[in-house]
Design a protein around this ligand. Structure first.
Ligand code: NAD
Length: 510
């Protein structure tokens, strides 16, 4: 382990660690007088206290980024690539430490946390190919003696605002392409699990990233608003819930910024009567309850078509008692706690609500939650859920899986297409023709065919439709590179001075 990482993990073993900002290559203690608690959700105890930034502190981060930008964008692509390979190695070597931080503050089980880091690392690896990604076009002799070429240049200072549920991976979706493209970055991570961001900052410094290119400011709405209104910040990437995504998009664009704001989800998994029911049940349990349902790509509604329903419900019901719920640091645990007590209680209230609305509570997670003071809730299965129920309409974001029963494929697709969200969707079938029709018909950004969580690989881009995304460009992959750069087209000639003459006509191609 490196010296920097050593220091960090030692500090983490103490009581209620203070978690500070990272500005201009160093930790900066907050002076706003405002802060928030960070919990170990598996124990239900406070483990940290995170500083909340003032408008001035956000400005200090933006100014540091501005100072760093010009020399960073001037660094050659080969040097930038070399640095990205070092970043890749350091993040890879410290994956386990990062994963531990995630488990300690978010609650997800360690194996899942490692998976999160691995998927983020893939985005960093994609960014190691930045010279190829920034290549422009060239047209020789576009007109006689004239060549035309396109280049892509960084925007300047850009910012990322991230949710609690992927405290390492979602920031990597943003900072890696942003920095690789030559921008300087200000990150405002979730105040619920902020440590992974500061840890990342230390690794980036150790890799040799110049001070000021990557900054972290913690906080709440004050910090977010300061970012959205800051005149030096050219673009904002946001991932979080739909109401805040809409707010960030509207406020950021009103201040002249480029914004991509990814929102919430209500992901459906349709199971057709010809599907392999055991495979569908395994997928539903994995995708519904993995990370305690706190994934924007979690399956939250199963749509069982025709006679698939009864078999599917019993196959899932059979699997649920075997799901091991417990402290994420325990290697036997398959599902950890929820992130906070408030969130756990809110999710639990949907079980009550579902029952009152007429859903059938097949398995009640309140009865199987470990009782050690941690923010645990067991797995819940609700059958006979209908689209007008709150448990259908709301993004519950917890280990509550609903089943709705329909007669036909057409009804199932209509449910998905009429839903206000359009993040992920999956179809389970053995019929290739229907699957092909489904990808044509369905209104969602990420489609799985017999794949329950279709998160695109790093060389495609991630993003939903409808209320799951505000803005034009999806995140990471080729669209991420486009988001963090703007195009310039150069028209150039190197004429023989002997042929030069005055010509007041509009330039025409010859
Ligand atoms: P959230 O919207 O509460 O918070 C996201 C960020 O916004 C945080 O940094 C938070 O500090 C900030 N924020 C919160 N309230 C704010 C306010 N009033 N004004 C300004 N900023 C505010 O989301 P969360 O609870 O941290 O994360 C869970 C949500 O994120 C779920 O809805 C989930 O679907 C969504 N999510 C979406 C994707 C995606 O790719 N579409 C990925 C992960 C999570």
């Amino acid at each position: 382990m490196t010296e920097v990482a050593d220091q960090f993990t030692e500090e983490r073993s103490g009581e209620a660690t203070r978690i500070s900002h990272w500005i201009d290559g160093k930790r900066v203690e907050g002076t706003s007088g405002r802060s928030g608690p960070v919990y170990n959700p598996a124990l239900g105890v406070q483990s940290g206290e995170v500083d909340f930034a003032s408008v001035e502190e956000v400005d200090a981060a933006a100014q540091a980024a501005k100072r760093a930008f010009e020399s960073w964008r001037s660094l050659s692509l080969s040097r930038r690539t070399e640095l990205f390979f070092r970043i890749r190695e350091l993040v890879h070597d410290h994956s386990e430490d990062i994963a531990r931080l995630l488990t300690l503050e978010h609650g997800k089980v360690l194996s899942d946390a490692k998976g999160e880091v691995a998927r983020g690392l893939e985005v960093i690896e994609f960014c190691c190919g930045i010279p190829e990604l920034l290549k422009g076009g060239y047209s020789e002799q576009a007109s006689t003696g004239i060549d035309v070429y396109s280049i892509r240049q960084p925007l300047g200072v850009v910012a990322g605002i991230t949710p609690f549920n992927f405290p390492a991976m979602v920031p990597m979706w943003m900072w890696a392409p942003a920095i690789a493209c030559g921008n300087a970055f200000v990150l405002k991570p979730s105040e619920k699990d902020p440590s992974a961001s500061v840890y990342t900052a230390e690794l980036l410094k150790e890799a040799g990233l110049p001070d000021g290119v990557f900054n972290v400011v913690h906080g709440d709405k004050v910090a977010v608003d300061a970012i959205l209104e800051h005149p030096e910040i050219a673009a904002v990437s946001f991932v979080g819930s739909t109401p805040i995504a809409r707010y960030v998009y509207e406020t950021g664009t009103a201040h002249g910024k480029r914004v991509q704001a990814l929102g919430g989800a209500k992901n459906h998994m349709i199971v057709l009567p010809d599907a392999d029911i055991d495979m569908a049940a395994d997928a539903a349990v994995s995708a519904g309850y993995g990370s305690a349902g706190e994934r924007c790509m979690a399956v939250s509604m199963l749509v069982a078509v025709g006679h698939a329903a009864d078999d599917l419900v019993s196959a899932i019901q059979e699997r649920l008692p075997k799901v091991v719920v417990g402290d994420g640091m325990n290697p036997d645990s398959e599902m950890g706690p929820l992130v906070t007590r408030e969130h756990r209680d809110k999710v639990a209230s949907y079980i009550e609500k579902g029952a009152a609305e007429g859903a059938k509570v097949v398995t009640d997670g309140r009865e199987s939650a470990p009782d050690n003071g941690g923010f645990f809730l067991g797995v819940t299965l609700l059958d006979e859920v209908t689209p007008e129920m709150e448990v259908y309409k709301d993004e519950i974001f917890g280990p509550v899986l609903g089943i709705t029963r329909v007669d036909t494929y057409e009804e199932a697709v209509r449910l998905v297409n009429e839903n206000p969200y359009g993040n992920g969707v999956a179809l389970f079938t053995r019929d290739g023709g229907v699957a092909r029709q489904f990808q044509f018909d369905v209104k969602a950004g990420m489609v799985g065919v017999n794949v329950p969580i279709p998160v695109p690989v790093a060389y495609y881009s991630f993003g939903g439709w409808k209320s799951s995304l505000f803005g034009d460009l999806h995140i990471y992959g080729p669209e991420g590179i486009q988001f963090y750069t703007r195009g310039k087209v150069v028209t150039s000639r190197w004429p023989d001075p002997a042929t030069s003459k005055v010509d007041l006509g509009f330039p025409q191609t010859r």
